[in-house]
Write a protein that binds this ligand. Structure first.
Ligand SMILES: NC(=O)c1ccc[n+]([C@@H]2O[C@H](COP(=O)([O-])OP(=O)(O)OC[C@H]3O[C@@H](n4cnc5c(N)ncnc54)[C@H](OP(=O)(O)O)[C@@H]3O)[C@@H](O)[C@H]2O)c1
Length: 370
């Protein structure tokens, strides 16, 4: 039987204090089959909201490390012959310090057509990763972003705007996965860590940066939220634990579609999600037991044949960032055995428009936007 995200999403999605009390919430909302008000005893208090709204005003607790580029981005450069050449695209990739994010940054940098803003929580790790991947210095900037802190998200957006760079594509890629945890851990604001990081941090980031995307003069502006087969309950992987991670991925895919419904027509921005394949070797599985980490890659490679290398997965996400053929909005991309992209079908749950609207409205309140 399919695991119902209903049974875990609410605890994961609500602000649970470290003492175990529900703190922030949502009045009268039914989500994933459960009523927040009934099941969470949630009280969306004015003080909780005020607290959330205060983040942007109370900068300074988290100091962002930032490298400012000295070069000013060029918009459409006129050549001597009078022809116009396209400036480099400017793309923010969250979690670009390892795995899929790093491989995507490398793939885009190699084209020479993109400047990558690596939005990472560990500056030194990101710098080492960029160097070891051979990404040329002029093709990337590292900026601090901790998605497990809403204040850090606000700080990142401020820092990015101060850099003067345009924003053409935003890739929400970072994630945590805590498959063996038997106790929840929490973000700075007290949200369960997987949903708080993978969904709420990205939701706030995307909502704030949509203005910057709107202002981009790049021919194709995109907002990409990395999804997963595990958030899709029409698959086998969508029916096994851990639920908090899967709930966060359901939220990622629902929110991408809600962005599409709310903004695509008005702004022309392409909204997309994707499942890049099973990249069984990435750091995502770092919290898993050693035996799993040993057996999972060969299992995926030889038994399920769902395995893709980090290099190939990075190439796939880079296509969603830059390929002119992948501009359709509201799509969940996947790749077939021949590595050709196709529009995949989302499960009923991950494509439920009513649920998407509710997740949007609840998330707005939780991150202090409503
Ligand atoms: N691996 C797979 O098989 C697979 C399959 C489908 C989808 N995905 C998706 O692919 C994306 C990337 O995962 P991956 O496999 O490449 O895993 P990964 O190597 O562990 O990369 C995750 C990235 O997220 C960053 N991150 C974690 N918490 C963060 C926070 N609070 N603030 C900022 N950054 C944070 C990590 O930073 P640090 O380097 O500092 O830890 C890391 O750079 C995820 O969205 C995942 O759901 C992966």
């Amino acid at each position: 039987m399919a695991l119902q995200a209903a049974s875990l999403l609410p605890p994961a999605f609500s602000s649970i204090t470290k003492e175990g009390k529900y703190n922030v919430s949502v009045k009268d909302s039914t989500l994933f089959g459960l009523s927040f008000s009934d099941h969470l005893k949630a009280h969306f208090t004015t003080s909780a909201l005020t607290c959330k709204r205060g983040y942007s005003k109370e900068m300074g607790l988290v100091r962002a490390q930032q490298t400012m580029e000295t070069t000013t981005p060029v918009v459409m450069k006129g050549t001597r012959e009078g022809k116009k050449t396209l400036r480099k695209g400017s793309v923010i990739i969250t979690g670009a310090s390892s795995g899929l994010g790093l491989a995507t940054a490398k793939s885009l940098a190699e084209t020479g057509k993109w400047h990558i803003i690596m939005a990472c929580r560990d500056f030194l790790k990101a710098e080492r990763a960029a160097k070891s991947a051979g990404i040329a210095k002029e093709n990337y900037t590292i900026m601090h972003l901790d998605l497990a802190s809403l204040e850090s998200v606000h700080q990142f957006v401020d820092n990015f705007r101060r850099s003067g760079r345009p924003l053409d594509v935003l890739v929400c890629n970072a994630a945590v996965y805590l498959p063996t945890a038997n106790q929840p851990t929490f973000t700075a604001e007290g949200f369960e860590l997987s949903v708080g990081t993978n969904h709420l941090g990205h939701f706030l980031l995307s909502r704030l940066l949509i203005e910057d995307l709107k202002n981009s003069d790049y021919p194709s502006k995109r907002l990409i939220i990395v999804g997963s087969i595990t958030g899709n309950t029409n698959t086998l992987a969508g029916n096994v634990p851990p639920k908090a991670y899967k709930d966060s991925k359901v939220c990622n895919m629902l929110i991408m579609q809600e962005f599409h419904r709310r903004y695509h027509e008005e702004t022309g921005i392409t909204f997309a999600s994707l499942y890049p394949g099973c990249i069984a070797t990435t750091g995502l599985f770092r919290e898993h037991i050693p035996l799993f980490r040993l057996l999972f890659p060969p299992f995926q490679r030889f038994i399920t044949k769902g395995y893709v290398s980090e290099h190939e997965a990075g190439h796939r996400l880079a296509q969603v960032v830059s390929e002119p053929s992948l501009t359709k909005s509201g799509v969940y991309w996947s790749w077939n055995k021949n590595s050709s992209s196709f529009e995949n079908r989302l499960s009923q749950e991950a494509s439920d428009a009513d649920k998407a609207r509710k997740v949007w409205e609840i998330s707005e309140k939780l991150v202090g936007l409503a």
